[in-house]
Design a protein around this ligand. Structure first.
Ligand code: PEP
Length: 256
């Protein structure tokens, strides 16, 4: 299975800053055997799309609306994003769940909206510090995951990438803590088991499970020691082209 490394640029850069970052990516990332995806702000898509088209990188969005067309003021559909060549979209990021109050039900509609539009959803799940400390991380993630992929057919689930992003390990978390590769293994194995329960062993094995939470060029080797890590979602470190390129190189170098 091809790995997936995605850069979540969040709302950090202007169009010109994004363009300059992506140009640096393309200089540093000349080849990769994995899918490398850049998710800029919507307003930068038209600037970076032509640069990405000529490179090894793929374009992604940070969110989509679930309908394809119609009277939905302010929203952007998968169909519109495809005009720019977007092939991926982050869905259900914890920041959207927190600030925009996105529910599992809405996230589920968005996952299905992505599939309908032919866009790969990078579905984010992950518990907060409160659930982790209360020993409820597994039940929290299971509830979230089951709700967010409800109704996704067996023949389509391999088109969904699942990103485990524990909120307490994100670089922006107020009381951030480091996660261990053992903790990543435990959750990724658990996610694989849930997929197996819902679908079957073979189908579950075909789904990419990503880790996200303060991944950088210093800790990537440690993170890749964990089991069932088929990719990483990178926030802060992706704002530095050299760091992001080193993460991709480490990922490319790992034994499959
Ligand atoms: C994220 O918020 O999706 C993320 C991975 O952020 P960071 O790498 O900065 O923790």
């Amino acid at each position: 299975m091809k790995g997936l490394v995605a850069a979540n640029l969040k709302m950090n850069l202007t169009g010109q800053q994004t363009l300059s970052l992506v140009k640096n990516y393309t200089k540093l990332i000349k080849k990769t055997r994995n899918d490398v995806v850049v998710c800029p702000s919507y307003t930068a898509l038209h600037l970076v799309a032509p640069v990405i088209k000529k490179s090894k990188l793929h374009l992604g969005a940070q969110d989509i609306f679930y309908e394809q067309k119609g009277a939905f003021t302010g929203e952007i559909s998968g169909a519109l994003l495809k005009e720019f060549g977007c092939k991926f979209s982050i869905i259900g990021h914890s920041e959207r769940r927190n600030y925009l109050k996105e529910s599992d039900e809405l996230v589920n509609l968005k996952v299905k909206g992505c599939l309908k539009a032919g866009i790969t959803p990078i579905l984010c799940v992950g518990e907060d510090a409160y659930s982790r400390d209360g020993g409820e991380s597994f039940s929290f993630v299971e509830k979230q995951l089951r709700a967010c992929i409800a109704g996704v057919e067996k023949k389509n689930i391999h088109k969904v990438a699942i990103a485990y992003e524990p909120i307490w390990a994100l670089s922006t978390s107020a009381n951030r803590r480091d996660i261990t590769s053992r903790e990543i293994t435990q959750m990724h194995n658990y996610i694989r088991k849930i997929l197996k329960d819902i679908y079957d062993v073979r189908t579950a094995a075909g789904v990419r499970i990503l880790y996200g939470g303060s991944v950088n060029d210093q800790n990537i080797d440690e993170i890749l020691k964990a089991e069932n890590v088929n990719g990483v979602l990178v926030g802060a470190a992706s704002l530095d082209a050299k760091k992001f390129a080193r993460i991709i190189a480490a990922f490319d170098a790992r034994k499959q």
